[in-house]
Write a protein that binds this ligand. Sequence first.
Ligand code: ARG
Length: 479
Amino acid sequence: MPTKKTSAQKPVANAKLWGGRFKEELNELAFDFSKSIETDRRFYREDIAGSLAHVEMLAAERIISKSDAMKIAKALKEIQGEIERGTFPFQSGQEDIHMAIEQRLREKVGAIGGKLHTARSRNDQIALDERLYLRRAINDIIGEIKGVQTALLQKAKQHADTVMPGYTHLQRAQPVLLSHHLLAYISMFQRDVERFQDGFRRLNLSPLGAAALGGTSFPIDRERVATSLAFDGVVANSIDAVSDRDYLIEFASACAITMMHLSRLAEEMVLWSSTEFRFITIGDAFTTGSSIMPQKKNPDMAELARGKTGKVYGALMNLLTLMKGLPLAYNRDMQEDKSPMFDAADTTKACLKIFAAMLSTTEFHRDRLRETLNNDFSCATEIADYLVRKNIPFRDAHEITGKIVAFCIEKKRSLASLAMDDLQLFSSVFRSDVLECLVPEKSVALKQSKGSTSPKEVKSQIAFWEKVLRSSAQDKSMA
Ligand code: ARG
């Protein structure tokens, strides 16, 4: 966008749009300080869609003539074409996207262009643009989340029977199926999808017709405008319509929670690709080398996503703080909501996109995952449960098993290396069938509870998610 300022491009536009009561022109520093076009020009599509719906309604209600409305609508469509082709004359003297479009409209159709703003305020326009933009952003983000879920499901299917150590406190806890672990993320991301959908429902109301704050004396039809913009209705209170940004805060909050989930997955990918773990190898195309250490293969994409999470949390804090002290209705502070909004949306989308791609290049090492369970104590809970099945109260069973573990540690032995004689030193109820509790594959198969890591349960979860993801792929977009 050209930024060179000529005197003809100075804030003259403003003088024309709201300059009537002023004796002096806006100071140049003040103008530069307050303009927002660099950020809000991204709203051109939303702004024009809102203007088209508004002008159509003004004509239908005979507030302006049909022929004026047609001229305005035609010019607005041309303007959209100019912006999309890159021929729109963006100038440094334009304050925001609303004014830039209106100024261009008046260049094209003359004074009648000024009729478009009847019964409307920029306060209405900005609230509308944000809501329309967020509908699109939400649909895009949901699409990207599904991409990550699909990539995870793919890996879960490939590794339906692969066992690995499950952790708590990052200490080996119990054998679990890798597929079960991956499915946990699919569930988390599904709640993120629902959070976005829920926010969508709440924000999908038209604020147009607030006419700055108090409504208008013109006989406008707010419902008509809302329907033509595919809203579910209108914001009931005109002051509320232009005052609140809670829909934006909800959106940023859903982004922040999604990023928190993604960041945990990122952390695991970083850990798991380390030499210490060696659980996964991320595809070369999604890792980077070191300029000094030739052997390095770094999980930068995962690290960056983990790092960018801070930006999205920042956006949420920014918005909450921005709004907390504002009296009703519109305040110019609210102009500062755009960059956190775009930042949250863009960052979340980009991180999800890279993860879907990176995950599908990631190889999970079945043998290595299995081998880590060979000499550890992950099956200890299974021994305790075995004793419980022999009628020993769980607390005693826990104590006995703890002693067996201590014995192994002292003698530098693994659980799996214990013979019947060793075990019987701790309890006479042990029979040879206890030995199968020590096999990780058996341990997971012994699980019976719903949602557990048993192959049977996990297979039914896989089938469930396949159905959910397949049917949502067929869903029409909500906007
Ligand atoms: N650029 C403004 C914003 O983003 C648009 C609304 C301006 N309204 C006003 N009364 N100055 O919030």
